[in-house]
Design a protein around this ligand. Structure first.
Ligand code: COA
Length: 157
């Protein structure tokens, strides 16, 4: 893929069936453990309790994704996953996806968006803190490879 110009406008839309190949490829290239499978993505596309978002810009149909989960009876939404294509990082795609995830949570009448992040994931932590997420705790050995997670949340209502 040719480098993305820093000025390209990022759009965020709902993921469709035709995004499945890109979703699975990005998941595999972005995460070493705790990956979503193709079957799980497939289920989340049609689910009432999940929203899969996809970022695009100009003629690039697929630059990244964010997955948000909702549960009945709670106004707390959960950002389950966010990833952008390696060639597109550092250009605002992750920020656009996170803002869209917040908007989705707000539309579903959630008050708070929560997430977990590996304690050594500096790029993601810097993105969350820049967008106003506050660290609320730590889960020991949260990930499949034994890594710890920070928990973050932001009031979105
Ligand atoms: C985290 C991720 C989604 C960010 O996406 P992105 O498209 O680069 O996001 P943006 O361009 O909007 O912002 C990236 C921020 O990270 C910073 N950043 C990028 N690489 C970095 C690094 N190696 N170390 C520290 N900060 C870094 C950028 O400077 C920018 O922060 P700033 O705007 O305050 O300068 C992307 O790096 C990614 O997909 N990583 C792999 C998957 C992952 O770890 N997901 C998070 C799971 S919790």
């Amino acid at each position: 893929m040719t480098p993305m110009p820093a000025t390209a406008a990022v759009r965020v839309r709902r993921a469709e069936l035709s995004d499945l190949d890109d979703l699975v490829a990005l998941e595999e290239s972005s995460f070493a453990t705790d990956r979503l499978s193709r079957a799980q993505y497939r289920r989340h596309l049609d689910s009432e309790t999940a929203q899969v978002l996809v970022a695009s810009a100009n003629h690039r149909r697929f630059l990244g994704t964010a997955v948000v989960f909702f549960r009945k009876g709670t106004r707390v939404a959960r950002l389950y996953s966010i990833a952008t294509r390696a060639e597109a990082r550092g250009k605002g795609v992750g920020s656009a996806l996170l803002e869209a995830a917040e908007q989705t949570a707000r539309r579903r009448r959630c008050k708070v968006l929560r997430l977990e992040v590996r304690t050594d994931n500096e790029a993601a932590i810097s993105l969350y803190e820049r967008l106003g997420y506050e660290r609320i705790g730590r889960y020991k050995r949260y990930y499949g490879d034994g890594a710890d997670a920070w928990r973050y949340e932001k009031a979105v209502a």
